[in-house]
Design a protein around this ligand. Structure first.
Ligand code: UT7
Length: 331
């Protein structure tokens, strides 16, 4: 059986920055509360009609350039997103057209904040079984367009962005060593969309944001926090076991960026040193499916991964869904 390895990573974050101080003008909150309870200082907001597929295309072009793979050589494009431009065509098909991935099959994966790891699993399996030689895996979200800007429990958490990786087939004993996925629909009520037109405020300090809201997001944060820590630990241990890697052998963990206290609790339970955990939450907030590939691309650019390093990516989100991947880095 073939293996898949990551050959390039890229990311895109919109230019408009929304700080905690800006949000003090929107809801009854404070920079101190947001920083202490979440670790977030600012987030990026898509403006001027920037849609998910366009951000995905910008991240994808960067990943393709780094990889040396041509868009026309991609066999598969998989996008994890809960905020596609429209119901159909899929965001992946819109992205395929934008980057010129003419011979690819393209699809979206809906798995809440776990979208990127779920998409990675689809692409990994396609390569392993020989159906694909090169695949593009993307996580991209415009969460500002589905945020209830009057709910201080959620609006301070979310941000927009996109990240992408290119996977290629390899015969070497390296690359993706394990991908594990889980879900539990019985906890769906903790994080869900209200899918109807409703009268909610727009984000007046950034013109245009929230004007066309196909749905809005509702979250019960406290129980979700508890489930997140439990599930992240469980899937991490399972994935390390499957890949036969010990915690102390990890070079880097790139977790989903939902709350710095969740990330710290996971690292503490695993006994993983703080310097081995890559975080971007202070600058981008929670970008759902995009958070892991954005952080990964930045970690690679910052020289945080060397060939043979063991990388763990782990996520948790609406569904509930959760998942993890252990990768032996090879570029
Ligand atoms: O990405 C997918 C998965 N997402 C998650 O896993 C998120 C999990 N949950 C969380 O990250 C946290 O639960 C939150 C950040 C959402 C909330 O933090 P918390 O420490 O659990 O706060 P809480 O909901 O228990 O609220 C504590 C207090 C409440 O006031 P009272 O009742 O104690 O007077 C809230 O009303 O903080 C209040 N509060 C706020 N105060 C200022 C809630 N949101 C805010 C806010 N600013 N933005």
């Amino acid at each position: 059986m073939y293996k898949a390895k990551v050959v390039g990573a890229g990311s895109y974050a919109p230019e408009t920055v929304l700080t905690n101080r800006d949000l003090e003008k929107v809801v009854d909150t404070s920079d101190a509360w947001i920083t202490r309870r979440t670790g977030i200082k600012e987030r990026r907001i898509a403006t001027g009609g920037m849609v998910t597929s366009e951000m995905a295309a910008r991240a994808a072009r960067q990943a393709l350039e780094k990889s040396g793979v041509e868009a026309g050589d991609l066999d598969l494009v998989v996008v994890g997103t809960v905020t596609p431009d429209r119901q159909f065509p899929s965001c992946a098909c819109l992205l395929q057209e934008k980057i010129g991935a003419r011979k690819a099959a393209s699809m979206d994966v809906s798995a809440g904040c776990s979208g990127f790891i779920y998409a990675l699993s689809v692409a990994n399996n396609a390569i392993r079984c020989g159906d694909a030689e090169h695949a593009l895996v993307v996580g991209a979200e415009v969460l500002s367009g589905v945020t209830n800007w009057s709910d201080r429990g959620t609006c301070v958490l979310l941000g927009d962005g996109a990240g992408a990786v290119v996977l290629s087939r390899t015969d070497e004993d390296t690359g993706i060593k394990a991908v594990n996925l889980r879900s539990d629909g019985s906890f769906g009520h903790l994080l869900y969309s209200v899918d109807k037109q409703c009268e909610l405020p727009t984000l007046d300090i950034v013109p245009g944001v929230g004007e066309q809201r196909p749905f809005y997001l509702v979250m019960d944060g406290k129980p979700l926090f508890k489930k997140a820590v439990e599930c992240l630990e469980e899937i991490t241990r399972w994935t390390l076991d499957k890949a036969q890697v010990k915690v102390e052998e990890l070079a880097l963990m790139v977790p989903h960026q939902a709350n710095i206290r969740i990330i710290n609790a996971l690292a503490q339970r695993l006994g993983l040193a703080e310097e081995k955990v890559y975080t971007t939450i202070e600058r981008y907030g929670n970008t759902s499916s995009a958070s892991i590939p954005i952080a990964l691309a930045e970690a690679v650019n910052a020289g945080r991964l060397c060939p043979r390093d063991k990388l763990l990516m782990v996520t948790f989100g609406a569904g509930l869904t959760w998942g993890a991947s252990l990768v032996e880095w090879s570029i």
